[in-house]
Design a binder for this molecule. Structure first.
Ligand SMILES: Nc1nc2c(ncn2[C@@H]2O[C@H](COP(=O)(O)OP(=O)(O)O)[C@@H](O)[C@H]2O)c(=O)[nH]1
Ligand SMILES: [Mg+2]
Length: 198
């Protein structure tokens, strides 16, 4: 994908605030601190279009980026931050659930997991929703640079086995350090978008 423009357009707490232009969207989901924003920055060749944070759980909003004025990336609020109250967790749940079930422009979800931990209990809820509503799923196991070389292949194989029940369209290992997987992830995203953009 050639990126001729990539702009942050806003952070939204309510669905009624979202852009109304019906451009196709790809959303990025995952646990707080898993590397969502880093992946978005890497895909868009920017150092900090998406704010990365060493303070997990800070982003509670739907962050929208417009690419080539043709489609959107949506950085979804991360889950699994321990210091979050029950009411905040419920409001996260409500926001994400309504976002993925009512958004007709959503062409797929890039679900990011930590390659060191595989699919955790916290990821299961998100993966089950995505599967239940039959949204195309791209699974990205990030931070592969943190895996010992000798274990990388084996761990990715286990992740593929664990993921099978959610029927992802693709599964990739990825690292912002080596940028391994970037090209393949773009190809997969392009395929999801290809039915809706020229
Ligand atoms: N070594 C390594 N660190 C990463 C990678 N991806 C993200 N990180 C680091 O993990 C932390 C959280 O990343 P961030 O993108 O803010 O996560 P988010 O909360 O999911 O958006 C940051 O310190 C990143 O630099 C990766 O592939 N390799
Ligand atoms: Mg982030």
């Amino acid at each position: 994908m050639k990126i001729s423009s990539a702009k942050f357009i806003g952070s939204f707490a309510h669905l009624k605030q979202l852009p109304k232009d019906k451009l196709p969207e790809i959303a990025f989901a995952g646990r707080s601190n898993v590397g969502k924003s880093s992946l978005i920055n890497c895909l868009l060749n920017r150092k900090k279009i998406a704010l990365t944070s060493s303070t997990p759980g800070k982003t509670r909003l739907l962050n929208y980026y417009t690419i080539n004025e043709n489609f959107y990336f949506v950085d979804l609020p991360g889950y699994g931050f321990a210091k979050v109250s029950r009411s905040e967790r419920l409001s996260w749940k409500k926001l994400i659930e309504s976002f993925i079930t009512t958004n007709e422009n959503l062409k797929g979800i890039v679900q990011i997991i930590d390659s060191r931990h595989g699919i955790t209990k916290l990821d299961l809820e998100m993966l089950s929703w995505i599967h239940f509503i039959k949204l195309p799923l791209i699974l990205v196991a990030t931070k592969t640079d943190k895996l010992p070389n000798s274990k990388r292949g084996h761990l990715l194989k286990i992740i593929k086995q664990e993921a099978r029940e959610f029927q992802p369209v693709d599964i990739f290992g990825f690292s912002t350090v080596s940028k391994q997987g970037k090209h393949e992830i773009w190809q997969s995203i392009s395929r999801l978008l290809s039915s809706s953009i020229g």
